[in-house]
Design a protein around this ligand. Sequence first.
Ligand SMILES: [Zn+2]
Ligand SMILES: [Zn+2]
Length: 289
Amino acid sequence: MGSNPIGPTNTDGPATATLADNHVHSQWSYDTGPQASMAAACARAVELGLPSVAFTEHLDFAEPGPADPLAAAGMKRHDAGGLRPLDVPGYLADLAECRDRFPALRILSGVEAGEPHLFAASTAATVGSGRFDRVLGSVHGVRAGGQLVYSGWLLRRDPAAEVMRRYFAEVVAMIEGSGLFEVLAHLDFPRRYWPASAGEYTEPAFEEEYRAVLRALATSGRVLEINTASPLLSVSVLRWWAEEGGAAVSFGSDAHLPWHVGARFQQASGIAAAAGFRPGRDPSGFWRR
Ligand SMILES: [Zn+2]
Ligand SMILES: [Zn+2]
């Protein structure tokens, strides 16, 4: 197996067909447009030969409920722009219809729980129903100045490295503060919005912070996502994951459009393979060391 420390250019590794896409959004997520469609995403997965796809719709709350830690801390969202609650019955009905229509594809239910440590009671009320096969935990916003602020926005206001550190700290708080999710989504999410004015983003500049996140995640026995909508993690970060005790990785396109399902999976699988992760017997399962 060739190994390339740079990572993202490495295309070694098993074929894309062995990968499950564990992070897909459809029209049931509030931030998708008119072209999003669960059925079209399934058709695309079949076309690519993916064994399974998980529809992990956003589970975010515009306002914290009275029992949520965010409310207890006297905090609110800085901006709830466009945020709509997930229509669980509608989503599940669509899922059942797609399962009938695409019998060869394994279609998993799921949610992407946003800041589940801050919306603990609200999140538990939905996730606790046990109707979701894949539950992702995500941090999109960080606590700053008494508010929960979208990290991409904060990057344009505050020094970028400081926002990134605050973000990683919020991810650790989420891992330690919530047992409601199994897979950590996009662990360095604001990197997508890293401003050119801050110079090049490099993972080694945040090694300590990455390791703190990975250690907390490994300690709780959970799974790290390789998110292919974000700049791809390097082989080095996946080695840090293994060194901190991490055992499993999940692949997620974070597609908000049908034709993004399975995007860059060949590269992602090459990176995981170079760090020693391998597919298991269940093609819908995670890769493990
Ligand atoms: Zn997300
Ligand atoms: Zn997502």
